[in-house]
Design a binder for this molecule. Structure first.
Ligand code: MN
Length: 201
């Protein structure tokens, strides 16, 4: 996979390459998940956290970077407490329109189970380097402006085995940090529909 300069706006063939793994894992007929239309870059990049009740419960943390959603699976979900280090396993890039997906992935399909949009909003890069470069280097800091989460978060790669990468997602100790809030347990509803992951259809 090649890297793109920031501000790059569209090379359809390479965009398709970026999503090749996403499509390879899915037989898209028979699942309501988006096929992966590639749109133009928005001015403010978006983030989304999808709670995914699959073979094991996790939260898919996704950041819009260079026309795709960079993605991590976070088993415990994000914390607002800077003392909490949350494991985040890197997964394949997802198409931008996946960020609006909520519903049921049928049995027999990759990731079968229920998905809600647990949080969504915009973010900005707190670092000096473009995010794609920061991810290559293994450390990035971002500011989230979501409906549930706000403030700085750090992503740090801690292990790399072949194609698999383990990262930590940690709240930065800033004015938005809160040691007593536990939004994963106290705010379980979708920001799109109000449904919990157990009652989404
Ligand atoms: Mn998932």
């Amino acid at each position: 996979m090649r890297d793109f300069a920031p501000g790059w706006t569209g090379n359809w063939r390479n965009m398709d390459d970026k999503l090749a793994e996403y499509r390879r894992k899915r037989e898209l007929r028979g699942t309501p998940e988006p096929a992966g239309a590639t749109g133009s870059r928005r001015r403010k990049p978006r983030f989304v956290i999808q709670q995914h009740d699959a073979s094991s419960m996790h939260y898919d943390f996704r950041l819009e970077v260079d026309g795709v959603l960079k993605s991590w699976a976070v088993p415990k979900g994000p914390s607002t407490d800077p003392r909490e280090k949350r494991l985040a396993v890197a997964v394949e890039d997802h198409p931008l329109d996946y960020g609006g997906f909520e519903g049921v992935i049928p049995e027999g399909h990759y990731g079968a189970g229920r998905v809600i949009v647990w949080d969504a909003g915009t973010y900005r890069n707190l670092g000096a380097d473009p995010l794609a470069q920061a991810f290559d280097a293994g450390h990035a800091s971002i500011w989230l402006d979501g409906q549930k989460l706000r403030g700085g978060y750090a992503l740090t790669r801690i292990a790399r085995t072949g194609k698999s990468e383990r990262w930590l997602l940690v709240k930065i100790d800033d004015e938005a940090a809160d040691r007593r809030r536990h939004p994963v347990s106290t705010q379980p509803e979708s920001v799109l529909s109000g449904h919990t992951v157990k009652d989404v259809r």
